[in-house]
Design a protein around this ligand. Structure first.
Ligand SMILES: Cc1cc2nc3c(=O)[nH]c(=O)nc-3n(C[C@H](O)[C@H](O)[C@H](O)COP(=O)(O)O)c2cc1C
Length: 175
C-alpha cells in the first residue's frame, strides 16, 4: 500500500476475525519495526509476540478487561529497556529514550500491519506489573504498550482530529 494510503487507512480495530495472521506477515512486521530509528541505534526495547489463547486472555484481564486483546490472533507487547539506554545516556536514556525507542518501534509495527491489510489497536491502559508478570519479564523491562493485530471484523469511521491551527505554532508560542 502506498505510504499516505497506509496513514489515512489505519484506524483502531477492536473486533477481529478468527483468521490467523500469516507467518510471513508477522515476520514482515517484525522486520519493519527493526528498521525504526532509536537513540544511539541502541534499540532499547524488547518485544513479546503472544499468540496463545490463555496468555492473551490474561493480558486482556491485565488491560482492565479489554476483551479484544483475547480475540485478536496476535498481541505484541513492547517493553522499554531503560538500563540499555542509560548505559550511554544516563537519566535521559532511562526516562525518555528507552520509552521513545519502544514507542517508535510499535508505531512502525502498527503501520506495517496496516500496509499488509491487517487491523490493529494500540493498547496503553493496563496494569504494568500484571503484564510483566504474565509474560515473565525480567525486572529491568517496563511494558510500554501492546498492539492487538489481526484481520478486522469492523470498519470504524475515522475519528476526528484537532485542527492543525490548534496544535501547530508558527515560529514560537504566542500568548
Ligand atoms: C498511547 C496510546 C494509548 C492507547 N490506549 C488504548 C487502550 O488502552 N485501549 C484502546 O481501545 N485504544 C487505545 N488507544 C487507541 C486510541 O484510542 C486511538 O488511537 C484514538 O482514539 C484514535 O483513533 P484511531 O486509532 O482509529 O485513529 C491508544 C492509543 C495510544 C496512542
Amino acid at each position: 500500500m502506498e505510504f499516505f494510503n497506509v496513514i489515512s487507512t489505519r484506524r483502531s480495530i477492536r473486533t477481529y476475525q478468527e483468521t490467523a495472521v500469516e507467518h510471513d506477515k508477522l515476520e514482515r512486521i517484525l522486520a519493519t519495526l527493526n528498521m525504526a530509528p532509536s537513540a544511539g541505534d541502541l534499540q532499547a526495547y524488547e518485544i513479546v509476540v503472544v499468540q496463545h489463547a490463555a496468555a492473551k486472555h490474561d493480558l486482556a484481564a491485565a488491560a482492565h478487561g479489554q476483551g479484544f486483546l483475547a480475540q485478536a490472533p496476535v498481541v505484541m507487547v513492547f517493553f522499554a529497556d531503560p538500563s540499555r539506554s542509560a548505559a550511554r545516556y544516563a537519566v535521559r536514556g532511562e526516562k525518555l529514550f528507552s520509552i521513545q525507542d519502544a514507542t517508535i518501534a510499535a508505531s512502525h509495527a502498527q503501520l506495517a500491519a496496516t500496509a499488509l491489510g491487517l487491523g490493529s489497536c494500540w493498547v496503553g491502559a493496563f496494569d504494568d506489573r500484571h503484564v510483566a508478570e504474565i509474560l515473565g519479564a525480567p525486572a529491568r523491562l517496563h511494558p510500554v504498550c501492546m498492539l492487538a493485530i489481526g484481520y478486522a471484523a469492523e470498519r470504524p469511521v475515522h475519528t476526528s482530529r484537532r485542527p492543525l491551527s490548534d496544535l501547530v505554532h508558527d515560529e514560537a508560542f504566542t500568548s
